[in-house]
Design a protein around this ligand. Sequence first.
Ligand SMILES: C[S@@+](CC[C@H](N)C(=O)[O-])C[C@H]1O[C@@H](n2cnc3c(N)ncnc32)[C@H](O)[C@@H]1O
Length: 392
Amino acid sequence: MNAPDRIEELLTATTDAFQSGSLIRLKLGGYHGTEPELKSVEVKKIAVKGGEKYSFTYKYKTRDTIKNYVEPEALALLREGLKHEFRSAQLATTEFDMLFERNGQKQRLKRTEVQGREAPSTDHNRAKNRPLTETDKPWLKALGIAGKNGAVRHDAQDKFRQINKMVEIFAPLIAAIKPERPLIVDMGAGKGYLDFALYDYLTTIAKRPVRIIGVEMRAQLVSDGNATAKASGFEGLSFQAGTIMDFDASGADAVIALHACDTATDDAIFKGISAGASLIAVAPCCHKQTRRQMEAGQPDARLEPLLRHGIFVERQAEMVTDTLRALLLELNGYKTKVFEFVSDAHTPKNNLIVAEKDGRMGRDRDAVLKQITEIKSMFGIEQHYLEGLLGL
Ligand SMILES: C[S@@+](CC[C@H](N)C(=O)[O-])C[C@H]1O[C@@H](n2cnc3c(N)ncnc32)[C@H](O)[C@@H]1O
């Protein structure tokens, strides 16, 4: 059988498995294409609002990106990828596995029967797959997510999905914090959606004792949050009024900040670094400090077309700020990843920077400092706010 037929055979097996519901995953590896830092691609079936799709997770060295495609698009991408960019692929179904290998023009496909495997759920929305299943809870009612009857309100379905997603993301990250320092601090907690959801999940479902403090400068939100925590019997959850910078975070092993405005994100990172927290996770929003400096400074003239349009200045400011934050975290012994954490259908502010302390510098300190200096000089930035906090 000639080479392209092997690819078609694999693709036919994949689409059959997709349609019959027996697809577990197709994983493409041995990447040798032009996309920098791409390692592999995992394809699964997903049920979304527009119907069933092929969900591609592009796994890069330090981040993952997900894109969903309808069948013809997915097949075209897979066909091209297998011909030119990926040397291997593993198809896993509930009934058999297939291993595809390509070496120059030579291609091999091996099939192995398997038994006793269950197909994964494809449904984004199926309640039983959510971490928070019980909805008749005082905190869900107080936050307006559940109605008096204890069911999720019709107009709060998206919010409920979002907080479940947050728990899915944060619970495994929290699992890595030190058991002897079980304090999580949420900076700029707002109404405390994340804190209630995470506390409920960790203590009642995962049975992991934790303490969570939400720091918030709006006093009314703090007293509402504390009243709801009390009514819920959540003894280890509390809210404290004040600013991030005035809060003593020294006992915290995880510092989180979701959409804390502008430099409040830097305050949170600084507090996490100072506390030596094992985990710092921030979802930044508005990057005004960097933007103002870029506009007042003298960026490299070659960047002029990239900085000509206001909307692109905004995006560049976002990328530059968060890159500098990631480098400054690296400088302080944190391994940093950036990924999308809620679909941008809900909010455009969807990057999550996750920094885990391993105490080691991945690279030499001077090399990281040099990169920071070069990026600032390229974009006309005099000093990033977090550098000032860190005394650099
Ligand atoms: C956009 S809201 C996000 C709330 C919450 N983290 C969430 O994702 O639902 C930002 C919150 O951070 C609070 N905040 C901003 N800067 C702060 C600071 N420096 N200290 C304490 N709270 C701050 C604001 O009052 C606001 O409630």
